[in-house]
Design a binder for this molecule. Structure first.
Ligand code: PEP
Ligand code: MN
Length: 353
């Protein structure tokens, strides 16, 4: 349930509610809104009755959360969560563009691509060092050497880095180099990995599983949130359908649906959702028009030489054209490029018992 405090409730009154929640064996999660404080009581709420809180003078009202996911739901947090990475907001009024190669392949390849996507307007650099590949004989990624290159290119370009982590065991090493952790589609329900990422200080971009429903994606986000990490970004990357012309089917519906059900930022990956470079810009435009908070796009200086996902990688010039188009659509919707900020806005934080 959520306990909505009255405007002007004192810290002491908030602390009192938190103590009651914890005394009932529940976890307290705090949202410091602009106007008022909202406290989530998460766990087996059968043991605590709403009246235990309703009657406290500083409590405005108590509401049950009807969804199976609690911390991820908009019922719990009506404010849009904004994840801030090196001053770049994800989920704010502007849109955020992440771009780079599918895989880190060499210093020259990464640096050249990073400089090109930055010039075109990307704010965050993507690049996989640990790659989940269907075939064990395909390129599996450069591993730690790839992470070192990402960190070096971050120093040169000033762009924060997002990269995939595939196992809980890999987390400490990926954390050393990354600014945002990516959990891939194939690992959306790897609960041990979700729990490990829930204990990380880094934001997590969680990709929708190949055949996962929207509710299942939100339940997976809930695992990360419940383990203490409030900085979760949701990513629609296409799902399996009967259609085989494209690699996946972009579930454009998922964008407004996720924005309505959850306060978490929603990003679209038009590269994996189409699988063909010639459709990427059109679907990127559709995603921004549908309300996505940003895009993650694969770009390669020479797609025909790429060691993974060359088919769906844009050349830098085409990426530049795509950026101009999506920015124009964003402007129509009253959304510019995401602005630099120093402090995150209301985000739900677990309170230590
Ligand atoms: C990727 O981003 O390169 C990737 C493997 O994505 P997904 O997990 O969505 O397939
Ligand atoms: Mn890829």
């Amino acid at each position: 349930m959520v306990i909505i405090m009255k405007v002007g409730a004192t810290q002491q009154e908030v602390d009192h509610v938190i103590e009651r929640i914890q005394a009932s064996g529940l976890q307290a999660h705090l949202v410091q809104g602009e106007e008022r404080v909202i406290i989530g009581a998460i766990g087996d709420t059968k043991v605590a009755r709403p009246d235990n809180f309703n009657l406290l003078p500083a409590v405005d009202r108590v509401m049950p959360i009807s969804r199976p996911y609690k911390l991820a739901s908009r019922e719990f947090n009506p404010y849009d969560t904004r994840v801030v990475v090196n001053g770049i907001q994800i989920g704010g009024p502007g849109i955020t563009l992440m771009a780079g190669p599918c895989s880190v392949e060499s210093r020259e390849q990464l640096l050249e691509t990073a400089l090109a996507v930055k010039e075109a307007g990307a704010q965050i650099l993507r690049g996989g060092a640990y790659k989940p590949r269907t075939s064990p004989y395909a390129f599996q990624g450069m591993g730690e050497a790839g992470l070192e290159l990402l960190a070096e290119v971050r120093e040169i370009t000033g762009m924060p880095v997002i990269t995939e982590v595939m196992t809980p065991e890999q987390l400490p090493i990926v954390e050393k180099y990354a600014d945002i952790l990516q959990i891939g589609a194939r690992n959306m329900q790897n609960f041990a990995l979700l729990h490990a990422a829930g204990s990380s200080p880094l934001p997590v971009l969680l990709k929708r599983g190949l055949s996962a429903t929207i509710d299942e994606l939100l339940m997976s986000a809930e695992h990360i949130l419940a383990y203490g990490n409030p900085q979760v970004i949701l990513c629609e990357r296409g799902i399996r359908t009967f259609e085989t012309t494209t690699r996946n089917t972009t579930d454009i519906n998922a964008i407004p649906v996720l924005k309505s059900l959850s306060h978490l930022p929603v990003i679209l990956d038009p590269s994996h959702s189409t699988g063909h470079w010639e459709y990427v810009s059109a679907v990127a435009r559709a995603g921004i028009a549908a309300g996505a908070d940003g895009l993650i796009v694969e770009v390669h200086r020479a797609p025909d030489e790429a060691l993974s996902d060359g088919n769906q990688s844009l050349k830098p010039e085409r990426f530049g054209e795509m950026v101009r188009q999506v920015r124009a659509i964003a402007e129509v919707l009253g959304r510019g490029a995401s602005q630099a900020v120093s402090a995150p806005s209301p985000i739900s934080l677990p309170v230590e018992a």
